[in-house]
Ligand binder design. Structure first.
Ligand SMILES: [Zn+2]
Length: 492
């Protein structure tokens, strides 16, 4: 839990935070950006390496076409303008996990610029500018634990060196930790829809740095910013920003000055800490990469890539509200991932009543998943199973109560609805009128007061009778039939 400095609400209200985010996403290519080594995560250290990604003298980079297509697709999904010609540049710095002594990135001529994401905040919508999206290679990894002499040595794993990244830089348009959180959530969702990255934060395929400053409200000039680096979850980024905003206000309010520096977030303490200053003085001495030609993504290639752009989540939600008559909230849940939305739509289209499918997913499936701490992808009941069950309720073959029981069984036994329904012998709700009529007659005899109320015009009392009949039939009766029979008999 973050322990925030005791900045008073009054002091906080006087200042406006200004936040910009730099997000790195790893592109899901099979091979690295400048060589044919596998880019797969999780192999034994230094098994996915070659002279190019080891930075051996004389080895030349060859650009991965798929990486260009993925980065371009991501840029298009983020409403960026694609620069037909972009230039790779060397970013020079010394670090043990960077064998070449420079990283190949893009500098003054990036692949794409001038994009935006719309975020929802406080019931409204806000446009957050995207300054640029550029391509670069990742560095290797320093390993500080997990091997025999880790106490005295640091290991270097260069499997990650040369894996392709897209760096997405936002404008400083975000003005709260919540907005930053929302931006990251939307950004991740969009990238996931394009399929160019798995955005898995635990495996480092999505990383985020935040630039943050505060200024008195109404002031044009920006305050001095700090950069928070290497935070590994959206929740921690929000906490780190909340802490850092309050810290800066506190410093300014007590007459101090903010030092421009890089800070790290300690999630255990809920605080940010400045890095030692000698770690931060950077002069990258960028210059164009002489071993690579300018990258040209011409109009024809751009059109080819654009044709692969999927329907994006925001647009899809709006369409699903219109197509299936579902609420915006439902649409939001059902479009949480592209695969879920795809599964839902194919099931809903195949079912008799798509709204019922949506309601069952929302009302019966999601709650059970949550109770078992399962993701939708791990659901024992497939969207096809939901559609099959919805059709059985729709046709009156099973009751809503029976459906709930079947769903419980599905979760107990880890099987899909059609399999469970088969196992249970394809039961149907009772349409045996004589049995139900007998129950109704008994109820009417036993509850003269309610019968009198009904006959005096208080027709809502029928709900009491329906409930009693359903209970007596153990949920097997068809509610519509029960209702019809009751109306007939209560009229007397
Ligand atoms: Zn390689």
């Amino acid at each position: 839990m973050a322990t925030l400095p005791a900045t008073s609400v009054g002091a906080r209200a006087k200042y406006e935070p200004v936040i910009g985010l730099e997000v790195h996403v790893q592109l899901l290519t099979d091979t690295k950006i400048f060589c044919s080594c596998s880019a797969k995560f999780g192999a034994d250290p230094n098994t996915h390496v070659c002279p190019v990604c080891l930075g051996l003298p004389g080895a030349l980079p060859v650009l991965n076409k798929k990486a260009v297509e993925f980065a371009t697709l991501a840029a298009m999904a983020l409403n960026c303008r694609i620069n037909e010609t972009s230039i790779f540049a060397r970013k020079n710095y010394f670090y043990p996990d960077l064998p070449k002594g420079y990283q190949i990135s893009q500098y003054d001529k990036p692949l794409a610029e001038h994009g935006f994401i719309d975020i929802k905040i406080n019931g409204g919508s806000k446009k957050i500018g995207i300054t640029r999206l550029h391509m670069e290679e990742d560095a290797g990894k320093s390993l500080h634990d997990g091997f025999p002499d880790a106490a005295t040595r640091t290991g270097i794993d260069l499997n990650r060196a040369g894996t392709p990244l897209a760096e997405i830089v936002s404008e400083p348009d975000l003005s709260s930790a919540d907005e930053a959180y929302e931006y990251l959530t939307r950004l991740r969702e969009i990238i996931l829809y394009t399929g160019v990255s798995d955005c898995n934060m635990e495996e480092g395929s999505l990383r985020c740095d935040a630039n943050v400053s505060v200024r008195p409200r109404g002031q044009k000039e920006l305050g001095t910013k700090t950069e928070i680096k290497n935070v590994n979850s959206f929740r921690f980024i929000r906490e780190a920003l909340e802490y850092e905003i309050d810290r800066q206000i506190e410093v300014i309010e007590s007459g101090g000055k903010i030092t421009q520096e890089t800070r790290l977030y300690n999630a255990n303490e809920g605080k940010t800490f400045g890095m030692r200053s000698k770690e931060q003085a950077h002069d990258y001495r960028y210059f164009p990469e002489p071993d690579l030609l300018p990258l040209v993504v011409d109009a024809k290639w751009q059109a080819e890539i654009r044709s692969k752009l999927p329907e994006l989540p925001e647009i899809r939600r709006a369409r699903m509200v219109a197509d299936y008559g579902i609420t915006e909230y439902d649409a939001g849940v059902l479009t949480a991932s592209k695969s879920l939305a795809d599964q839902f739509e194919s099931a809903a289209k195949a079912a008799k009543n798509s709204k019922r499918v949506a309601n069952l997913v929302q009302g019966e499936l999601m709650g059970r998943l949550k109770a078992k701490n399962l993701e939708i992808e791990q659901s024992p009941i497939s969207m096809h199973g939901v559609a099959a069950s919805a059709d059985l309720v729709e046709s009156g073959t099973i009751s809503g109560k029976m459906l709930k029981d079947f769903y419980d069984l599905c979760f107990e036994r880890g099987k899909d609805f059609p399999a469970i329904y088969e196992e249970e012998g394809r039961p149907q709700q009772s349409t045996d009128t004589s049995g139900i009529e007998k129950i109704i007659d008994e109820l009417i005899a036993a509850n003269p007061k309610q019968v009198e109320q009904y006959r005096a015009g208080k027709t809502t009392v029928i709900g009491f009778f329906v409930g009693q009949v359903m209970k007596a039939s153990k949920g097997q009766a068809n509610p519509k039939m029960v209702n019809d029979l009751l109306v007939g008999k209560l009229k007397g």
